[in-house]
Design a protein around this ligand. Structure first.
Ligand code: HDE
Length: 703
């Protein structure tokens, strides 16, 4: 199927003109004879006129005989498929997984046997709660779903950017999701957890408390998909050729380090660029800066599992990296965007039960429930059991089975044999040697609906997460809880949440209670396990502790006008380029500016379209004569005020000083750096790897 032209908008008037005067030709209305493919119906019939329906006379009724019109509208009417019930908004990319060394000691998975072997992969990142058209910077968990097309079938590691989950049993999944989605009577709020239903459910579900610490932390507002970790969450199993089993937890670590935005920034980014994360991934891959993650494993045996403080089957718990180090075993590189979003990113079907020989499951009740759900949901969404025939879902290794027919069957075997055993000497046969064998773990017991007691400690790791955060991160958790609970209209729910916080950290509980104006502190929630364990902090849990220390892959927004000093503009631009960052120019007019040396500089954004929230750092380099004009503009004021309030490093030319005053920035600090020559430019770009001046933050907040 060839598709070549999309008509430039400026042609539309002429096309309209031609609709009225069809047959007169005209330069801009181009036909197949001009070198374009012939437009056809879906049946392949050539189309003569795609501008006018078939009618009785120019002003008469449209007639049903117009099969081209009917087919076109019929198809359009059916373009939408149901969005995913969770993780509806997502964005994907192709790439590959590269194995570092043979991992044969632990697994027989063939793609992990040979150093340097590359296996094709597809990844889809997502938010959980919002609809397909919601904004990217919701405060939410991010999906991190990876499909690796191994030579023994697809392996789907359907993970999140947070290593724990809200619930311990899959039977509660519909409840938590109903609670977070828009409330059913009013159909709002969209893509937010800040409402009564969510916090009502959470405050009645103590097992959620560890996850709540994570989703109220900066993890839930990542700066980019490229700068976040991924986790398989559950304990899985590896099985080697000797049928020996090792437990494993999977981690994805971004090569460019971790980074998040601040909440006030997130709110504004959602207005300025609702596609912020999509655009970021698109731009990075299209410009050849391929994002990369290492796949790490935490490996352990039954003895470790028995001696560990928590149950390794409980998906609300982590194993701290300090207790069990993460060993890298390969890397994932994303280097190609899909050709078609719908065909690939929308139709990709991830399923936790897709595992090659050598990778298996534990008895985590959440994982077991997921193994049912992911197959089931594809039928609803993709409409046919043949969703595996879609190229994005089909294995890339040879496959042979006797499943047949059904809606839209596209790969249909020929011949007589469609069953086995058969005596025709044809068709595939099972293979006891190379086929998938479920690990024969010993299982015994009564059929019961029972949560194990080993799942009962809901607060110790929640506290461990909190005390592992740096002071700014702890502040953000308190602010996030305050914000979310301030949107809860029922005071009893707010208080019930504070009663849980008291079991996590008293200072945190007090801060949130004070900020919410709760005058009488509730008593701590009843805890099933007392006392709480006093766990050591785990520095691996902090984003700031694990920041990039470099500006690579980040973006500087440079405010320029006519007359900006050319040497300075160029010095900053080349220093950022050397740091492997990107510069985007923001100017009064998107057409660009003329610098002090008379040279033209194209701009990417006009001031109203390029607020500072879109950048990791900003440089204010206006031409002196232009400053009085800039001082009049509200968005310039916001540009500077926000960059300062969001603790960004700000480089500025002397001429820009009045902009700070206008933005209400009374005192400049070590994060605002005057740029005058190459030394000051180097000093500025040299500190950008720190990303934020957190020391500034307390002064910019209500206490
Ligand atoms: Fe999912 N989840 N989930 N989930 N999940 C889906 O499958 C489900 C859970 C995750 O980009 C659905 O194809 C249940 C944990 C991601 O296409 C559905 C439970 C984790 C994606 C489903 C969970 C995830 C999904 C909806 C509780 C992290 C997006 C559409 C037992 C480890 C995949 C679909 C993509 C999607 C069910 C909990 C990650 C309904 C029942 C825990 C990344 O099958």
């Amino acid at each position: 199927m060839a598709r070549k032209i999309s008509k430039p908008a400026s042609d539309l008037a002429n096309v309209h003109d031609q609709q009225l005067h069809r047959g007169n030709g005209g330069e801009l209305h181009q036909f197949a004879g001009d070198g374009y493919d012939v437009l056809t119906t879906a049946q392949g019939g050539p189309v003569d006129d795609d501008q006018n329906t078939l009618r009785v006379g120019a002003r008469g009724p449209v007639i049903i005989e117009d099969f081209h019109f009917r087919e076109k509208i019929f198809h359009f009417d059916h373009e939408r498929i149901p969005e995913r019930v969770v993780h509806a908004r997502g964005y994907g990319a192709h790439g590959y997984f590269e194995t570092y060394e043979s991992f044969a000691h632990y697994t027989k998975a063939d793609f992990l046997q040979r150093a340097g072997e590359k296996t094709p992969a597809f990844v889809r990142f997502s938010t959980v709660a919002g609809s397909k058209g919601s904004f990217d910077l919701a405060r939410d968990v991010r999906g991190f779903a990876v499909k690796i097309y191994t030579n023994e079938g697809n392996w789907d590691l359907v993970g999140n950017n947070i290593p724990v989950f809200f619930i311990q049993d899959a039977i509660k999944f519909p409840d938590i999701i109903h609670a977070v989605k828009p409330e059913p009577d009013r159909a709002f709020p969209q893509a937010q957890s800040a409402h009564d239903n969510f916090w009502d459910f959470i405050s009645l579900t103590p097992e959620s408390m560890h996850m709540i610490m994570w989703v109220m932390s900066d993890r839930a507002i990542p700066r980019s998909f490229r700068f976040m970790e991924g986790f398989g969450v559950h304990t899985f199993r590896l099985v080697n050729a000797k049928e020996e089993s090792t437990f494993v937890k999977f981690h994805w670590k971004p090569k460019l380090g971790l980074q998040s935005v601040v909440w006030n920034e997130a709110v504004k980014i959602n207005g300025a660029d609702p596609d912020f994360h999509r655009r970021d991934l698109w731009q990075a891959i299209q410009s050849g800066n391929f994002p990369e993650w290492e796949l790490g494993v935490q490996l352990f045996d039954e003895d470790f599992a028995d001696s560990f403080d928590f149950d390794v089957l409980d998906p609300t718990k982590i194993i701290p990296e300090e207790t069990l180090p993460v060993q890298p075993i390969g890397r994932l590189v994303l280097d190609r965007m899909p050709d078609n979003f719908f065909a690939e990113t929308e139709q990709v079907a991830f399923m936790t039960q897709n595992v090659p020989p050598g990778i298996g499951f534990s008895n985590d009740p959440l994982l077991q429930g997921r193994n049912f759900s992911y197959l089931d949901t594809q039928l609803k969404r993709l409409g046919s059991t043949n969703f595996t025939h879609l190229p994005i879902n089909a294995p890339k290794c040879p496959f042979h089975h006797f499943q047949q027919d059904g809606h839209m069957a596209m790969s249909n075997p020929s011949g007589r044999v469609n069953y086995q055993p058969n005596s025709w000497g044809e068709g595939p046969r099972e293979s006891p040697d190379s086929g998938y064998r479920h690990f024969p773990s010993e299982e015994a017991g009564q059929k019961v609906r029972l949560r194990p007691e080993s799942f009962a400690d809901h607060y110790s790791q929640a506290r461990q997460f909190f005390i592992s955060q740096t002071p700014p991160e702890q502040r953000h958790i308190a602010m996030a809880l305050t914000f979310e609970l301030s949107k809860v209209e029922t005071p009893a729910i707010r208080e019930r949440m504070v009663s849980h916080l008291l079991n996590i950290d008293e200072t945190l509980a007090n801060k949130v209670a004070t900020a919410l104006g709760i005058s009488e502190m509730p008593k701590a929630a009843d805890a099933a396990v007392q006392p709480r364990q006093d766990l050591e902090p785990s520095p691996a849990l902090s984003i700031i502790e694990n920041g990039p220390n470099r500006f690579e892959g980040r973006k500087l927004g440079m405010l320029v006008t006519d007359g900006s000093e050319a040497a300075l503009v160029q010095a900053v631009a080349s220093a950022i380029k050397d740091a492997k960052g990107v510069v985007e120019y923001i100017a009064p007019k998107v057409g660009g500016v003329t610098l002090s040396d008379g040279k033209f500089l194209a701009a990417r954004q006009m001031i109203d379209g390029g607020p500072s929230v879109l950048y990791d750092s900003v440089a204010l380099l206006p031409g002196t004569d232009f400053v009085p004009d800039l001082l009049k503009v509200a968005t310039v004021r916001d540009f500077v005020a926000d960059a300062f309030a969001h603790c960004k490093f700000i480089g500025y030319a002397a001429a820009a000083r009045p902009l700070f005053e206008k933005a209400g920035v009374a005192e400049l600090d070590e994060g605002t750096i005057e740029l005058s020559n190459s030394e000051t430019v180097d000093a500025f770009v040299g500190v950008l790897g720190k990303l934020r001046v957190w020391a500034r933050e307390p002064a910019t907040k209500l206490r």
